[in-house]
Design a protein around this ligand. Structure first.
Ligand code: NAI
Ligand code: MG
Length: 505
């Protein structure tokens, strides 16, 4: 790594640490230049075409679509579109597996299978990470350090619960639900699959899961792992396709439970179409989280938390801290530090280990982000973007924040799902609570303060499913995750996540 100030290299790496001795602290006009460190791709195995994975077999479909790398616009593979009759076939395979095998498999044996899936995933972790970054555009350091290890951790965690369900829910009769339908989004493909498949299997259900349009590949890799783990055929069926494939899963009469993560709009459609049926549903939908910084907070850590809260995974995060509420007395300091920090974010090739902000997942999402950012400009908010060059090909958006934002502005109300932060202010804790709760969503929030009592007061007054204090975007398989209001209902993760996959009678 080289540190340059006005094109003169003055800092070099020695003994693994950075030597700042020659740095002039008064001069702020510097840039960090990193030698490229591109993750190797030669160890990954991608097929030119992926069929559906139904009943333990690869099943051809009538139609295929392309999945591309959003950082290069290059085609990665063709992927099957599951028609209504393919969905039917997958549901029947799951029903057969449930009746004949999985409902008769002892909890201890179920645990072994889930554990085995986790172990094989670990062996292939690097391959999973590279494919996740290629298919979806996320920085390799995130897929390697967060997405894939967390997905694996969910399988390990729920393997542990499989034979302890009676301890989790004592003195009640519990039973599996049967065939469950699961529909996931494109922002954390493998992780969302793990959140859904692992507890479903631990509780004794069988699964039909659909990946999202732009990111089907790691799920088909997972199908290979499932095969290798010798999970009985049909216990997990993996399919791909767009909204109508999802709709066919939702409307299938033999599907007894729907677990959905995605937009609030589709969540509402699912509510409507399952009304009047006995299907159980859990919905994990959008968010517009408040990240609240008090004047007594450790400011530098808070700035890191703000950055992680909104620029992690290009802001394609339902629990992203997209509304920053900063106490008025420290607003100028925080904004100054944010500007400085944004200049050092590296935007570009997702496979470069130095990259902080990767590619926007799709052309459609880029269009949506651009439209909402333009609305912010038109409504009179002040835009800040650092100077940085973006690659010629692919879908990119500079890390962005807005100041002079009013509560009523669209960028303070709507989920942008991109690297765009709205900065707002407050004076008192009461005002912060009112403003934080002034949203249709209620998924997550962050509170930064040195005072524990203040944090507890805020936590009990903010209507959000997950509230982080003095940190942000931390996940653990043992912690339940889910929302209030239009962010959905039901919890995934932890003991609470098991409840959603069981009947109580
Ligand atoms: P989406 O909600 O349309 O897609 C999520 C999943 O639902 C995909 O697998 C999709 O194929 C499926 N789906 C679509 N229509 C369906 C239907 N009628 N019935 C059943 N399944 C259906 O989200 P989309 O269009 O990809 O993104 C649009 C916006 O939604 C984003 O800009 C973002 O604001 C939000 N979003 C939020 C997510 C979250 O985790 N909260 C995840 C993805 C998107
Ligand atoms: Mg793709």
């Amino acid at each position: 790594m080289i540190f340059r100030e006005k094109s003169t290299a003055i800092l070099s790496r020695s003994n693994g640490s950075f030597n700042h001795s020659t740095q002039n602290p008064k001069k702020r006009n510097f840039v960090w230049e990193y030698a490229k460190s591109i993750e190797a791709k030669d160890h990954i195995h991608l097929k030119p075409s992926y069929d559906l994975f139904i009943g333990g077999k690869n099943v051809k479909s009538k139609k295929y679509f392309e999945t591309i790398n959003p950082a290069t616009e290059e085609k990665l593979a063709e992927v099957a579109v599951a028609s209504k009759s393919d969905v039917h076939r997958a549901v029947l395979a799951a029903e057969k597996a449930y009746n004949r095998v999985w409902s008769k498999t002892s909890p201890k044996e179920r645990a072994k299978y889930i554990f085995r899936i986790a172990r094989i995933m670990q062996e292939k972790a690097r391959e999973f990470a590279v494919i996740e970054s290629m298919d979806g555009g996320k920085p390799i350091k995130e897929s390697k350090l967060i997405d894939i290890p967390l997905a694996i951790a969910h399988f390990f965690y729920y393997a542990g619960w499989a034979d302890k369900l009676n301890l989790a829910f004592p003195n009640v009769n519990i039973s599996p639900i049967g065939v469950v339908g699961q529909i996931i989004p494109w922002n954390f493909p493998l992780l969302m699959a793990a959140w859904k498949i692992a507890p479903a299997l631990a509780c004794g259900n069988t699964v039909v899961i659909k990946s999202a349009e732009t990111t089907p590949l790691t799920l088909y890799k997972l199908a290979e792992v499932i095969k290798e783990a010798s999970l009985p055929d049909g216990v997990v069926n993996i399919i791909s396709g767009a909204g109508d494939t999802g709709e066919a899963i939702v409307n299938h009469p033999k599907v007894k439970k729907i677990a959905f993560t995605g937009s609030t709009e589709v969540g509402k459609l699912i509510m409507k179409s399952t009304a009047g049926t006995d299907k159980k549903i859990t919905l994990e939908l959008g968010g517009k989280a408040a990240n609240i910084i008090f004047e007594d907070a450790p400011i530098d850590q808070a700035v890191e938390g703000i950055i992680n809260g909104i620029y992690f995974n290009q802001g394609h995060v339902c629990c992203a801290g997209s509304r920053l509420y900063v106490q008025e007395s420290i607003k100028n300091e925080v904004v100054k530090k944010l500007k400085h920090r944004l200049k050092s974010l590296r935007v570009g090739n997702p496979l470069d280990k130095n990259t902080d902000v990767g590619a926007i997942n799709s052309k459609m999402q880029l269009k949506k982000i651009t439209e909402l950012v333009n609305s912010g400009i038109n409504e009179g908010c002040t835009l800040y973007q650092p100077e940085c060059s973006l690659p010629d090909k692919g879908y990119w958006f500079k890390p962005t924040f807005f100041t002079n934002v009013a509560q009523a502005n669209r960028i303070a109300q709507e989920e942008i799902f991109g690297p765009v932060l709205s900065v707002l202010t407050f004076r008192t804790p009461k005002e912060a609570i009112e403003k934080a709760n002034n949203t249709q969503y209620g998924l997550s929030a962050g509170i930064w303060s040195d005072k524990g009592s203040k944090i507890f007061k805020m936590v009990s007054s903010i209507k959000a499913g997950v509230i982080w204090s003095n940190t942000f975007n931390k996940f653990n398989p043992a912690s339940p995750f889910g929302g209030y209001k239009e962010s959905g209902f039901g919890r995934e993760g932890g003991k609470q996540g098991l409840k959603e996959y069981l009947n109580f009678n």
